[in-house]
Write a protein that binds this ligand. Structure first.
Ligand SMILES: Cc1cc2nc3c(=O)[nH]c(=O)nc-3n(C[C@H](O)[C@H](O)[C@H](O)COP(=O)(O)O)c2cc1C
Length: 167
C-alpha cells in the first residue's frame, strides 16, 4: 500500500524573524508540516530531540553550531515503528547554516530510504534550501530526492497556496 509520511524537525521559542527576536509558540517548520498534513492526510513524525536546543536564541545558536562543527548525530525520541510502508516522505526542517539541523542527519542515517521519494521542505531566514537537498541525497543515495520548497519563516502562515502547488 502506498503511504505518505511527514517527518520534521522544528524548534519553538525565541527565533530571529525579519531582523528581530520573536517568541514562537509553534515553530515555523511545524506550521508548514501541519499545512502539508491538512493537504495530504499523511502520518506525522516529529523528530523530537532527546536534549532540546535552548529556547534562548543565542544559546541555541551556540549549541547547534557546536553539533554542526563536530558533525554530531544528536539523538531523537520515539523511533518510528516501521518505515517500509511509506513510499513518499515529506522531510521538513529549518535551515541551520545552509543545511539541516544535525538531528535530521541522525534521522536520515537511521532508516533505509532506498526506493523512496523524499520531498524536502525547509523554512529559513534568507538562505533558502542551502545545501540541504545535496546533503539528503548523500545521506540517502538510494532515494529519489525531489526539488524542495523553501518558505521564508516569517511568511509560513500565508504559505498554504504555495505549499499546495508544491505538494
Ligand atoms: C541555530 C540556527 C541557525 C540558523 N541558520 C540559518 C541559516 O543559515 N540561514 C537561514 O536562512 N536561516 C537560518 N536560521 C533561521 C531559521 O532557519 C528559521 O528561523 C526557521 O524558520 C526556524 O524554523 P523553526 O521555527 O521550525 O525551528 C537559523 C536559526 C537557528 C536557530
Amino acid at each position: 500500500m502506498s503511504k505518505k509520511l511527514i517527518a520534521y524537525f522544528s524548534r519553538k521559542g525565541n527565533n530571529y524573524v525579519n531582523g528581530s527576536i520573536k517568541n514562537l509558540s509553534i515553530g515555523n517548520t511545524e506550521v508548514a508540516a501541519k499545512i502539508i498534513q491538512e493537504i495530504t492526510g499523511a502520518d506525522m513524525f516529529y523528530i523530537e530531540p532527546v536534549i532540546e536546543y535552548d529556547a534562548d536564541y543565542n544559546v541555541c545558536i551556540e549549541e547547534a553550531q557546536r553539533d554542526k562543527r563536530s558533525n554530531a548525530r544528536p539523538e531523537f525520541k520515539n523511533a518510528l515503528k516501521d518505515i517500509t510502508d511509506y513510499d513518499t516522505i515529506y522531510l521538513g526542517y529549518p535551515n541551520y547554516w545552509g543545511t539541516m539541523p544535525m538531528h535530521v542527519w541522525t534521522f536520515l542515517e537511521k532508516y533505509d530510504f532506498s526506493g523512496k521519494t523524499i520531498k524536502p521542505f525547509c523554512t529559513h531566514e534568507g538562505s533558502g534550501m542551502g545545501n540541504s537537498e545535496r546533503d539528503i541525497q548523500k545521506l540517502c543515495p538510494g532515494a529519489k530526492v525531489e526539488k524542495g520548497i523553501a518558505i521564508h519563516g516569517a511568511d509560513v502562515n500565508r504559505a498554504k497556496s504555495t505549499i499546495e502547488k508544491w505538494v
